[in-house]
Design a protein around this ligand. Structure first.
Ligand code: B3K
Ligand code: ZN
Length: 876
């Protein structure tokens, strides 16, 4: 039961659990509408909780309670109390065995939390608070218990899985089969998992550094069995990487991965039994794009790394979520950087952070990396907790150096193995292992908002002194008007007139990390022969915005010469941003639009540069997205953004046509597909060229796209060509290509999702009418989050033009969908509403229309706690 006005939980109210659970024995008899759950818990009063024997309060949601027994004796219903969200049982001994029987309905569970059915397969999702939808339990991460699970199921479910090792299997008297699993590691309930289905498996093995053999299995429906190889390879790479970089070995004899089609997020790190959204594990060259291949590698790595950063050492409470998520995202980002191009990975991550996390930090739901309060914890699986949290861990890495960081992580794992701990414990281990203090640095965990650095400089020719002054500030965020200064590692280099890095100290180092700790601080560099050009925040050494009055010439210079690949890219973005700002302002003033020749020349020389990694060239050629431009605007003028970007893209495409064509042709390859860094880079640049060429809508360019579409031997090329057609070709040609593509791939769930996404995100094709049509397509399923994300999410988040239509119909549509979805899946509804929550940032009428749509959601009746929290905070 969810209240209309859910209550707020505060970090400051944390108390240790009253009772501990030493062992948990679960017994499931699976039935679609009436699964019977029996749970036997060995319970003990927590000595740390104080005196007396308060009632035992268990969490439980949407459960049908059948019976309660203590030490083998039935407790009459008059003795215990059923609460709106649980059960309260009087206790008269400090240790006892509790047995509870209850029933649940997996078939009607559309929230995809707890135990549910996906295409006839039973599966679970318990993080954060889903276990309470399975049985009554102290469903909090600081209660860790050893689990034994027996699953009984009819014969049509031959595969029965849970955490740990299989210890028994057999047939019941009535002919059903059962399997028992035992997990030797104590774990919180959120890491529990169960799967039952008619599944096939791919099997492999891995020998750990200490010589133990681990069985690896990936389970999926039979039709997908050919799409597991990449995930298996990625898993083995991740296992090796964690041994080499963190000294962490896997600890069970078996590691299982299961692919399910209905899943609220990417994947889940349940102990020994990871459950994945099919879209994040299944791939083949014909059906998956390069970015899907890379996403799979990183998510497989992420979930695997959680075995240590999350499972062996877990969170004390959900306010500490970033303890496991920020750290694990940092780990997976470094893994991907080591497996692929480091610079490109960094650019992709920062670009995403700047667009989406910065927007969150500047919006109504802004919160610190370690939030102080929440209504619904599911709403805090955010870009701030994950991506900004990873940046915070990265800054510690930068401050301590790789060796120091490793000493810190070793101490952290050793000190807290088997425990549920806090972000504070993580920092403390880093401090203790290195003998340093990070007191001020801790503010990154408690203060929300994106800090801004205003940098100015002065050079004194007479003394050769160069003074760099840094002023930091941070805008107010909900509940935090004033911020104290952050401890910011500012990596920089200084470029001389020749374009080379100048030595910054007597040892000849050309890069330093400045420790910015005050509101305003000046750093002096001595003995310089000339005024240098600063290359600031190299490799994005902190999640901040840097303002420095670069001229166009200086940015062109950095684009050509900076030894930091990230900053070369960043210079290209700053340059493009300046030009796009100018275009927006000219458009508002009714002036005619014009793209500076210097910008065109810069793009041309990037395109012609044979020494640069092609993937980096592709990144440098990409104009900042409309979303990025919106985030960077004080006040969003959607129309001006759309016009300016479209104009700039068109002008570049026209001016660079010949170069684009040469580049495109030069990158054509007949080699068999491989998702390695070099090949991915080549395809990425080739397809960037193709898209630019098609921007002009010239027949010969569209002909190229048609050719590529028809001849492509891999999904990357095929999808890029189809994307170009959907965005730039005549309606009849677009329709023909879409129909052909669908006909070919209609049986493949992942490709159909991609097909939906290409249409809903097209500025030209993905009109509201088309999106509504897509929702009527037989392959669309409102109960499947991937389909909702592809069609409705694609439109709301990645189709800036159509979503921002001046009549507000895009916002109304999203509101209408959110209201409908909330009845089925509150988590998905609360995510989907986000695009209409930032109404305060819009200029004029559009903002009012967006506010109106949001208000309509609020007024639509009783909302789930998830949706209520986001909507009420955004309207405030
Ligand atoms: N830990 C899960 C996320 C669970 C989200 C629950 N609403 C996946 C991950 O971050 O690895
Ligand atoms: Zn995670």
């Amino acid at each position: 039961m969810k209240d209309a006005q859910p209550s707020t939980v505060y970090l400051k109210d944390y108390r240790v659990p009253e009772y501990l659970v030493d062992s948990t024995r679960l017994h499931f008899e699976l039935q679609p509408k009436a699964t019977l759950v029996k749970s036997q818990l060995k319970i003990r009063r927590n000595p740390a909780a104080g005196e007396g024997l308060p009632p035992l309060v268990l969490d439980g949601v949407e459960l049908e309670l059948l019976s309660v027994s203590i030490d083998g004796k039935l407790v009459p219903a008059s003795r215990y109390q059923e609460l709106p969200q649980g059960l309260s049982i009087p206790v008269d001994a400090p240790e006892f065995e509790l047995e509870i029987h209850n029933r649940i309905n997996p078939e009607d569970n559309t929230s995809l939390e707890g135990l549910y059915l996906s295409n006839g397969m039973y599966c679970t999702q318990c993080e954060a608070e889903g276990f309470r939808k399975i049985t009554y339990y102290p469903d909090r991460p600081d209660v860790m218990s050893r689990f034994t699970t027996t699953i009984v199921a009819p014969r049509q479910y031959p595969v029965l899985l849970s955490n740990g090792n299989e210890t028994a299997r057999g047939t019941t008297e009535d002919g059903r089969q059962f399997v028992t699993w035992e997990d030797p590691f104590a774990k919180p309930s959120y890491l529990f998992a169960l799967v039952a289905g008619d599944l096939q498996q791919v099997e492999d093995s891995y020998t750990t550094a200490s010589g133990r053999e681990v069985k690896l299995q990936i389970f999926t429906e039979a039709k997908n069995i050919g799409k597991c190889d990449h995930a298996m390879r990625s898993l083995k790479k991740a296992m090796r990487w964690d041994e080499e970089v963190y000294g962490r070995e896997y600890d069970l004899d078996i590691f299982m991965v299961v692919a399910v089609d209905h899943f609220n997020m990417g994947a889940m790190e349940n102990k020994g039994l990871n459950i994945f959204n099919s879209a994040c594990v299944l791939a083949s060259p014909e059906t998956a794009t390069d970015s899907t291949f890379q996403r799979i590698e990183s998510i497989v790595g992420h979930e695997y790394f959680h075995n240590w950063s999350g499972n062996r050492v877990t969170c004390r409470d959900w306010f500490q979520l970033s303890l496991k998520e920020g750290f694990t995202v940092f780990r997976d980002a470094e893994f991907s950087a080591d497996m692929n191009s480091r610079a490109v990975k960094r650019i992709e991550d920062v670009s995403m952070l700047r667009t989406t996390q910065f927007a969150e930090d500047g919006g109504p739901m802004a919160h610190p990396v370690r939030p102080d309060s929440y209504m619904e914890i599911s709403n805090f699986y955010t870009l701030t907790v994950y991506e900004k949290g990873a940046e915070v861990v990265r800054m510690i890495h930068t401050l301590l150096g790789a060796e120091g960081f490793r000493k810190g992580s070793d101490l952290y794992f050793e000190r807290h193995d088997g425990c549920a701990v806090t972000c504070e414990d993580f920092i403390k281990a880093m401090e203790d292992a290195n003998g340093v203090g990070l007191t001020q640095f801790r503010r990154w965990y408690s203060q929300a908002g994106t800090p801004v650095l205003d940098v100015t400089d002065a050079y004194d020719e007479a003394t050769g002194n160069y003074a760099l002054t840094v002023k930091q500030s941070c805008p107010p965020t909900p509940g935090q008007e004033q911020k104290l200064p952050f401890h910011i590692p500012l990596a920089l280099g200084l470029l001389g007139a020749e374009g080379t890095d100048l030595p910054l100290d007597s040892a000849g180092n050309t890069q330093v990390v400045l420790q910015v700790t005050e509101q305003e601080q000046t750093f002096n560099f001595t003995g310089l022969q000339e005024k240098p050009l600063p290359s600031l925040l190299r490799d994005f050494s902190a999640p901040v915005k840097v303002r420095y009055g670069y001229t166009t010439e200086q940015l062109l210079f950095l684009m050509r010469n900076d030894s930091d690949a990230f900053n070369r890219w960043d210079a290209s973005q700053r340059l493009a941003f300046m030009a796009l700002e100018q275009l927006q302002s000219d458009y508002r003033q009714g002036k005619s639009l014009y793209l500076p020749e210097a910008l065109v020349a810069a793009y041309r020389s990037v395109l012609q540069n044979r020494d640069l990694d092609p993937a980096l060239i592709a990144e440098m050629l990409a104009l900042p997205s409309e979303q990025t431009l919106a985030e960077q605007s004080e006040q969003i003028d959607a129309e001006a953004i759309i016009v300016a970007r479209k104009f700039a893209r068109g002008a570049l495409a026209k001016a660079l046509k010949d170069d684009l064509l040469v580049c495109y042709r030069g990158l054509h390859s007949d080699k068999p597909y491989s998702p390695d860094a070099a090949e991915i880079a080549a395809r990425s640049l080739k397809n960037t060229c193709l898209t630019y060429l098609c921007v002009t809508e010239d027949t010969d360019a569209l002909e190229l796209a048609q050719q590529q579409f028809h001849r492509a031997s891999n999904m990357t090329d095929s999808a890029a060509a189809l994307g170009a057609l959907v965005n730039f070709a005549e309606a009849a040609d677009t329709e023909a290509a879409l129909a052909q593509f669908y006909q070919r791939w209609r049986q493949d769930t992942q490709v159909v999702e991609l097909w939906f996404g290409l249409q809903s995100t097209s500025a030209r094709w993905g009109t509201l009418e088309k999106v509504r049509e897509l929702m009527q397509h037989p392959a669309f399923e409102q109960k499947n989050p991937n389909k909702v994300r592809a069609v409705i999410g694609g439109f709301a988040n990645r189709n800036f033009t159509q979503f921002h239509r001046a009549d507000g119909s895009g916002f109304e549509f999203v509101a209408e969908q959110v209201i409908a979805l909330d009845k089925l899946n509150p988590q998905i509804a609360a995510r989907l509403v986000i695009p209409i929550t930032r109404w305060k940032k819009y200029r004029g009428e559009l903002g009012e229309k967006m506010q109106g749509a949001l208000q309509a959601v609020m007024d639509s009746g009783k909302l789930s706690a998830d949706l209520y929290e986001v909507v009420s905070k955004s309207l405030a």
